[in-house]
Design a protein. Structure first.
Length: 259
């Protein structure tokens, strides 16, 4: 019996020392990977994350970071299994589902991507990024209503960080929902004031809703950015015609050489 207990003690000490050494190695590799990513050495960081995973295969964070590194390089076919391994180890990792969905979307597995985003939302119902990405995936498929609903939900959850106002506006515009497109285009202009397309489609939306004075202002804003934009010139001339302002309509036509 004494020999048995002595063996147990020896094995326990060995395992403890081995585990302690492994933890030190993992910590050192994590610090190295963080420094490599900071310096833009993504491929080197991938090697470090792979070494961590070799030591601790069920490390959800290491698998997630490996997936994100592949994602940053556009290597989505390699990112997918890394994200799936992260999820296997930590099934409630909503962000892993989001970026799994992004990688699947980039690989054109749209149904699988939507399923991954839905899982992220099931874990975190207020995950604004997941709703945004559902919008992106649906817009690619020209499912504008579904896309608009998801973009709008993302905006409602986190209006400050929402980066899809132009996409939301575009979906509303394509649906003929011009009144809803207007505030989204206005928010897009706040973040991209030099994007003439935002001003142009805001002008179109105003014109479609009968707000001709505001349409004229927006057409002129588009022309201030791109003076030769034929669509803005044409729209401006048509707005003047609708207002029966023939003088300005003709002047606009002459300016652009449009008869």
């Amino acid at each position: 019996m004494r020999v048995f207990y002595s063996a147990v003690v020896v094995v326990t000490l060995f395992l403890f020392c081995s585990t302690a050494t492994q933890a030190q190695d993992t910590r050192a590799l994590n610090e190295l990977a963080a420094e490599q990513l900071k310096n833009g050495e993504v491929e080197a960081a991938i090697d470090s994350f792979r070494k961590i995973i070799a030591l601790t295969p069920n490390d959800a964070v290491a698998n997630y970071n490996l997936g994100m590194s592949y994602y940053a390089l556009g290597q989505h076919d390699r990112a997918v299994p890394a994200f799936r391994n992260a999820i296997k180890s930590k099934p409630d990792m909503a962000d892993a589902y989001v970026y799994l969905g992004n990688s699947l979307d980039n690989l054109k597995y749209f149904d699988q991507a939507l399923a991954a985003y839905s899982k992220a939302i099931a874990i975190d119902p207020r995950n604004a990024e997941a709703y945004y990405e559902i919008g992106v995936a649906n817009e690619k498929q020209k499912e504008y209503k579904a896309a608009a609903d998801s973009y709008q939900r993302s905006y409602d959850i986190d209006p400050v960080k929402f980066a899809g106002n132009r996409s939301l506006a575009r979906c509303y515009y394509n649906l003929g929902m011009f009144s809803q497109a207007i505030p989204a285009y206005k928010r897009a202009i706040e973040t991209e004031p030099k994007n003439h397309s935002n001003h142009l489609y805001l002008a179109y939306s105003y014109a479609k809703t009968g707000q001709l004075n505001l349409a004229i202002v927006s057409y002129n804003n588009a022309l201030a950015i791109d003076a030769n934009n034929v669509y803005a010139i044409k729209g401006l001339g048509e707005a003047y015609l609708e207002q029966k302002d023939l003088v300005r309509a003709k002047k606009t036509a002459r300016t652009s050489h449009i008869a």
